[in-house]
Design a binder for this molecule. Structure first.
Ligand SMILES: [Zn+2]
Length: 424
């Protein structure tokens, strides 16, 4: 009998403790909420919205898409479905070393629901679990198991874009001047490409040259990523002003135009090597050794560059010679551009074209070497006019195609806007 009383007391005690514990944990909260509801309401307003959890997984040496998914606990049935559903848009076998795969986990369920991968600098692959796409669209989401399939799409990377105007003065090289003024080297390469018909960045730049550039800077979540489009630029070379303005006259005609509305594209590029290969900036303090011999028998420009540097044809044309020269040029390519002009590219390590081949301006036709009578790796470049060697840098070429009359007003308005932003 006594035993039963003890049991009853013990039971009551447990219930009591349980009640206290319960009220301590929950009721108390209720009281706080009711007595300080104003504060709580305020707090609720600043409580950050729940966010999906995103895991960034780096693609490392020797890994594969499947391995990577497994290491991150993604079931084979899911990642194989992801692979299949995105195959038409992107083959996930081709994911690149050093890039990232983003795994998105739902803010409410913490379930893996989306895979993201930046395919290139512009586009991102998103593969989403259809279950979550539906629940986003419907007011009430049910946890009922729907058919778990995945849907892939490619979307533009949502960069934050800032338009910036930056410039500099050349003290040692264009490259260093740009870097010292906070210009991304990719933007400076783009700028050089816009001026490649008017400036030979190996031969022309002088100390005291100035330049300005109007372009986009792209960032993601506050972190600078890369430069975007270039809209305008000015380069003052030895006192001569060169301008470029990006303009889309029509779907078929977009690109850079000069101040007067003529396309900056001309019959010949100023240099047979790209800026990024001739820029002394890539080997600071070690200026590219150049010699120019436009009198006497050696009438040519010599561009010092490492063996293997791609050589491009300065203009459209037909290859008239590609082989070993018997007169000391080593491996030589000759290109006939029209009835008047031809160009020669000598001492190559490797030829890139064959006789009779048609080439387009900028095509790689061979690689820098030191074959034939050569004292070190360099490109010996000659231009001939009616069979006589000339100085290609001094040759005045006809201006590029102008913008149509009916589009000029639109162009000049844009020029004015860009000049304001460039502060010129
Ligand atoms: Zn030479």
């Amino acid at each position: 009998m006594k035993k039963n009383i003890y049991r009853l007391i013990a039971l009551l005690l447990i219930v009591q403790i349980g009640y206290f514990a319960y009220s301590f944990l929950f009721d108390q909260d209720k009281e706080i909420i009711s007595s300080e509801s104003d504060i709580v309401q305020l707090e609720e307003e600043v409580i950050p919205e729940k966010k999906d959890r995103i895991e960034k997984v780096e693609i490392t040496e020797g890994t594969t898409f499947g391995k990577l998914m497994e290491e991150n606990g993604i079931r084979a049935s899911s990642y194989m479905d992801i692979y299949d559903s995105s195959l038409d848009l992107y083959d996930l076998v081709k994911i690149r070393l050093g890039r990232f795969i983003e795994l998105v986990y739902d803010k409410d369920t913490d379930e893996f629901k989306e895979l993201r991968y930046k395919i290139n600098t512009e586009d991102e692959l998103h593969v989403r679990n259809t279950k979550y796409i539906e629940s986003e669209n419907m007011a009430s989401s049910s946890d009922e198991l729907v058919d778990h399939s995945w849907v892939a799409e490619i979307i533009p990377i949502p960069y934050d874009i800032e338009l910036v105007s930056k410039g500099g003065t050349v003290e040692s090289s264009v490259y260093m001047a740009a870097i010292n003024n906070g210009i991304d080297e990719r933007a400076i390469i783009d700028m050089a490409n816009a001026f490649q018909w008017s400036i030979d960045f190996a031969m022309d730049p002088r100390v005291g040259d100035t330049f300005k550039l109007l372009y986009e800077e792209r960032s993601l979540e506050g972190e600078y990523i890369m430069p975007g489009r270039i809209f305008a630029g000015v380069y003052v070379n030895d006192g001569t002003e060169h301008y470029v303005y990006y303009f889309e006259e029509s779907e078929d005609n977009k690109g850079f135009f000069d101040k007067d509305g003529n396309s900056v594209q001309k019959m010949f590029l100023k240099a047979p090597l790209e800026f990024r290969y001739i820029s002394s900036g890539y080997t600071p303090g070690n200026r590219v050794v150049l010699s120019i011999g436009l009198s006497g028998p050696h009438r040519a420009i010599d561009y010092a560059a490492p063996i293997g540097t791609p050589i491009r044809t300065v203009g459209d044309g037909t290859v008239t010679f590609a082989g070993w020269s018997s007169v000391g040029y080593g491996y030589l390519t000759s290109i006939r551009h029209n009835g008047t002009y031809s160009t020669n590219y000598a001492h190559q390590s490797k030829l890139g074209v064959r006789v009779g081949q048609k080439v387009k301006q900028g095509d790689v036709i061979g690689y820098v070497g030191s074959t034939g009578y050569s004292t070190g790796p360099h490109l010996h470049y000659e231009m001939l006019k009616n069979g006589a060697k000339i100085d290609p840098l001094k040759e005045v070429l006809p201006p590029g195609k102008p913008i149509k009359e009916e589009n000029k007003e639109r162009f000049f308005e844009l020029v004015e806007e860009y000049n304001k932003k460039l502060n010129i």
